[in-house]
Design a protein around this ligand. Structure first.
Ligand code: 4AD
Ligand code: MG
Length: 461
């Protein structure tokens, strides 16, 4: 059996030859003595047109097969230079692989994304999700390719962990406790200190701290895996389970960090545009008419750079009224981030050097004693897609920061030891995989770039 993607690549050589394909009916229509099937086998975004006629013994049944019936079809590949599609298959045999009930929920009409979310087991067969999840797969490969070509070592960091990488306490607890009969403290509360074979554990919020271990051994490393946040943010940009790409580089500062981040974003966009032209054209037509132009511009222009202090000044002068206040020391909200990147810079922008109070404990303190070498990348339409920093490599400073943030120094003993045995300047960042997929597709809800989203109130599958 041939794959449709291969037929599309080499139909000229196959002209006049017999081919066999398997796939699902997208549409079928017939007139008196012949008919057409649009068949899709999932190996390409495109359908292949099948022509069938009375010469088939089962002609009458075929014409009545419902959408989504799975078929195996043998026939002659015929070039059709005058038609929209370059070739079709003239069936000599159509064998049914599996029938489909007539109430198949994806009939040929446009469904809303909200409706499709309720049928996560079927939506990968729709055009939008076929395109979204193929782009997801290709983008993941592009990311591995980018880092592997540069010699970065891929580190598998733990999912179950005893440390809070962000120090923000937004973690899901992992427990082996028998909840019907849990151990209790003297006051009667559940004793969680014993929950994972005698250790408190959580699902990881970030692989960064372990990536830093690898950076101090391999110099350049990256993680790419699922991360979990127990923040109760019911927004179109937050998921409780999402994937993050986290490179970490020794002997690198915040400028080197920005350079690699910019190169990576451009590489991913370019690779996906080359490998998924039909999918991107589809999104450009159906989801976001400015997409193609925007992606092309991003690949060809330099990202803007601005300090947090400058960004706050720009926002204070803005001609719009924000819902949340802007002033030095407060964190930037999504509305501020989007204003900066969409209205002021009109392209991706790095914001650097945030006040230390609003950033994580591991970020390197700047000379001014007030800001840290943090770096966020904001993009139009999405807002923050990358958060990163140069790391605090100085032992004493790091201990002080951990204490200042009211964290427990003992919990970070191994992280601190990295600063005792040949510490180096180092930097890294986290790219939210779903955020860049939103950017690549124009899809505005994170639930629609994740096959099985885990967001507030959704965990059906
Ligand atoms: O800015 P964040 O929290 O940074 C870190 O976790 C660092 N440890 C990364 C590092 O330096 N190695 O998260 C990084 C990125 C964000 O910019 C955003 O794109 C994404 O992860 N992200 C989320 N994506 C979807 N849903 C959520 N709840 C997200 N939280 C963060
Ligand atoms: Mg962040």
């Amino acid at each position: 059996m041939q794959l449709m993607k291969d037929l599309i690549l080499s139909y000229n050589e196959l002209a006049g030859k017999s081919v066999t394909v398997g796939g699902w009916i997208r549409t079928v229509r017939d007139s008196k003595n012949f008919g057409f099937i649009e068949l899709n086998d999932g190996t390409t975004f495109k359908n292949v047109q099948i022509v069938f006629d009375e010469s088939l013994s089962n002609f009458k049944e075929v014409a009545k097969y419902p959408i989504s019936t799975s078929l195996i079809i043998t026939g002659e590949l015929v070039l059709t230079p005058q038609a929209k599609q370059p070739f079709e298959i003239k069936a000599t045999e159509i064998v049914i692989e599996g029938t489909s009930d007539a109430d198949y929920p994806l009939q040929k009409k446009r469904h809303t994304l909200e409706y499709l979310r309720t049928i996560a087991h079927l939506r990968p067969r729709s055009n939008t999700f076929s395109a979204a999840f193929r782009v997801r797969s290709v983008a993941a490969f592009a990311i591995h390719r980018f880092f592997q070509e540069k010699g970065f070592v891929y580190a598998h960091t733990p999912i179950i962990t005893g440390s809070d990488a962000e120090g923000a306490g937004e973690m899901f607890r992992v427990t082996t406790l028998e909840l019907g009969n849990p151990p209790r403290t003297e006051s009667g509360a559940i004793d969680f200190s014993e929950d994972f074979f005698g250790k408190e554990t959580n699902l990881t919020v970030s692989g960064q701290l372990e990536a830093e271990i690898f950076a101090q051994a391999f110099r350049n490393t990256y993680t790419f895996g699922p991360t979990f946040r127990a923040e109760n943010s019911n927004t179109a940009r937050h998921a409780a389970e999402f994937w993050m790409i986290e490179p970490e580089m020794a002997f690198t500062d915040i400028n080197g960090n920005m350079e690699i981040a910019e190169e990576m974003i451009k590489y991913i966009i370019q690779y996906v545009m080359e490998q998924c032209p039909e999918e991107i054209a589809f999104f450009n037509e159906r989801i976001d008419t400015g997409l193609l132009e925007r992606l092309t511009n991003v690949v060809n222009s330099d990202f803007a750079r601005v300090t947090y202090t400058e960004a706050v000044e720009l926002l204070e002068k803005a001609d719009v009224k924000f819902e949340f206040p802007v002033s030095w020391g407060l964190d930037l909200q999504t509305e501020h981030e989007r204003y900066l990147t969409e209205k002021i810079f009109k392209k991706p922008v790095f914001v650097v050097n945030y006040p230390k109070e609003i950033k994580a404990f591991y970020m390197r303190l700047n000379e001014d004693g007030k800001t840290v070498a943090a770096m966020d990348l904001l993009v139009p339409g999405v807002g923050e897609i990358i958060g990163g920093s140069q790391r605090e490599e100085r032992f004493d400073n790091l201990v002080q920061r951990i204490k200042d943030m009211n964290l427990n120094v003992e919990d970070y003993w191994w992280y601190l030891e990295l600063r005792k045995y040949g510490t180096t300047r180092h930097a890294g960042y986290g790219l939210g995989f779903e955020r860049i997929l939103m950017y690549l597709t124009g899809i505005t809800n994170i639930r629609d770039v994740i096959p099985f989203p885990r967001t507030v109130k959704t965990a059906e599958f």
